[in-house]
Design a protein around this ligand. Structure first.
Ligand SMILES: [Zn+2]
Ligand SMILES: [Zn+2]
Length: 278
């Protein structure tokens, strides 16, 4: 499957793909590449430069140079169209050549610096490294700022909040949500000792970290959700099914967010690293 915005950011590339290594592919030491992976290989090396037939028939033409992630070491892997009609494209895995990912790991390729990079990592590590929902230290400063009664301390927020979120929008959203959790209005809330209002947190469904690569403004009323502390922690840290459930319900509330970004709910899953990898 194609790289999403988070992988593009992480690997600093415009194009890439990733999928799970199956048991079969591991034991056969070959992957029949399809869809976006085939497009990437053919696009990079050129259809006419890929050997058609057995590797042994033209070792020079079958062997292609890749850079191994993360070191950048140059390795040669064989790619061929096994059949003359060129409908199938095959990549050979080889421990000797330097690339033999284990079964059930994620393998990936991306173009960068005029080279085609290839690599693999355990699925858990892949998901961990590709998450862009960073629950960083500015998060606490931002949430705290929502409790302040005046604007005196906002400068502190502005100085530290690299994505400059407007506290006024978050407060407006909470008011529009009638000071309830937008995932489930029945969720029990305590009152803030500062504001005497129900304590809520503001969450940007499309992560602010994407602001670096998207022209659409992400700090908007539509993209800000009023969540109870339980749901807010859950959308960042819960297991796949609960995180997806919260995301799905929030997207259903304001589907205009997807239209604005021209993305699907699966793209949103991938921002949180809870997408299906196939
Ligand atoms: Zn959040
Ligand atoms: Zn909640």
């Amino acid at each position: 499957m194609q790289f999403g915005a988070n992988q593009k950011l992480k690997f600093n590339t415009q194009i890439g793909s990733y999928s799970i290594v199956t048991e079969r592919e591991y034991y056969d030491s070959q992957i029949t590449v399809t869809d976006s992976e085939a497009d990437l290989l053919i696009g990079f090396f050129g259809r006419e430069n890929i050997h058609s037939g057995n590797v042994a028939a033209d070792k020079d033409k079958a062997g292609k140079t890749f850079r191994l992630y993360p070191n950048g070491e140059e390795i040669t892997l064989n790619i061929v169209f096994p059949k003359p009609n060129k409908t199938e494209l095959r990549l050979y895995l080889s421990a000797k050549a330097g690339f033999k990912p284990v079964a059930n790991s994620v393998w990936f390729m991306f173009a960068s610096d005029h080279a085609l990079w290839i690599g693999s990592m355990a699925e858990a590590q892949w998901r961990d490294e590709n998450i862009i929902m960073v629950y960083d230290e500015t998060e606490g400063v931002y949430q705290d700022s929502l409790l302040e009664l005046d604007e005196i301390k906002i400068n502190r927020l502005k100085a530290r909040d690299i994505f400059s979120r407007d506290r006024g929008l978050a407060l407006a959203r909470m008011q529009m949500a009638k000071y309830q959790c937008e995932y489930n209005p029945a969720h029990k809330l305590f009152n803030s000792r500062h504001t005497q209002l129900p304590y809520l947190e503001a969450h940007h469904l499309i992560p602010m970290a994407l602001q670096k690569i998207t022209p659409q403004k992400l700090d908007t009323l539509d993209n800000i959700f009023s969540l109870c502390p339980y749901c807010h922690r859950a959308i960042h840290h819960a297991d796949t099914s609960l995180t997806r459930d919260i995301i799905t319900r929030l997207v259903d509330k304001r589907p205009s967010i997807l239209a604005m970004m021209n993305i699907t709910v699966n793209d949103v899953f991938s921002f949180y690293s809870v997408e299906d990898i196939y």
